[in-house]
Design a protein around this ligand. Structure first.
Ligand code: ADP
Length: 188
């Protein structure tokens, strides 16, 4: 069973690469951002609760997020392995994931890197195409600041465990996929 996490700042291409890796490795991709957005769209109770945080670029409270991830990982398709995207993104969420996984710890963490100005440019471009409410410049800068303040420590904790593979997220999407698969020891 392959248990992976992909982590990187907003705009680093996590979602795009996650879809490709999950297909290639035949494991389910679990994106907390996608689950939240689907719930917002369907106007579920969870979506209505989460929307105000997401639109402002803030984290949805752990009381909501942790339960959602716990439930998702308990579903049958995750028993064969999974690729988490967007969780954990705080140190407290790392503790929670550790408790969910127990002895079945993550195998590897893929960190996608890119500098802030590139990320802002990409997200502003995406805003014109997709129109995500949290892709305005102010909210993008806030999400990036939160990444540096709260999510970098998640990477640091996994670095201490020796399971992080760093991949340069700059360049052509296919090239990044090749780098990612290489970092996971897959033939490309
Ligand atoms: P990005 O990495 O570009 O910010 P995501 O799709 O991963 O995009 O997340 C979008 C939003 O969903 C976040 O800004 C946050 O509001 C919410 N979210 C996603 N994952 C989490 C999480 N693990 N904890 C709290 N909030 C989350």
């Amino acid at each position: 069973m392959t248990k992976l996490l992909i982590i990187g700042p907003p705009g680093s291409g996590k979602g795009t690469q996650a879809a490709r890796i999950s297909e290639r490795l035949n494991v389910v991709a679990i994106s907390t951002g996608d689950i939240f957005r689907a719930n917002v769209k369907e106007q579920t109770e969870l979506g209505l609760e989460a929307k105000k945080y997401i639109d402002a670029g803030n984290f949805v409270p752990d009381s909501v997020t942790n339960n959602m991830v716990r439930d998702r990982l308990a579903q049958a398709d995750a028993a064969e392995g999974f690729l988490l995207d967007g969780y954990p993104r705080t140190s407290a969420q790392v503790d929670e994931l550790d408790s969910i996984l127990g002895d079945e710890a993550l195998d590897a963490v893929l960190q996608l890197t890119a500098d802030d100005e590139e990320l802002i440019a990409r997200l502003l471009k995406r805003a014109q195409i997709e129109g995500r409410a949290d892709d305005t410049e102010d909210v993008i800068r806030h999400r990036l600041a939160l990444y540096h303040e709260q999510t970098q420590v998640v990477v640091d904790r996994y670095l201490d465990r020796g399971i992080v593979r760093q991949v340069d997220g700059l360049g052509d999407i296919d090239d990044v996929t090749a780098r990612v698969l290489n970092a996971l020891g897959q033939n490309v």
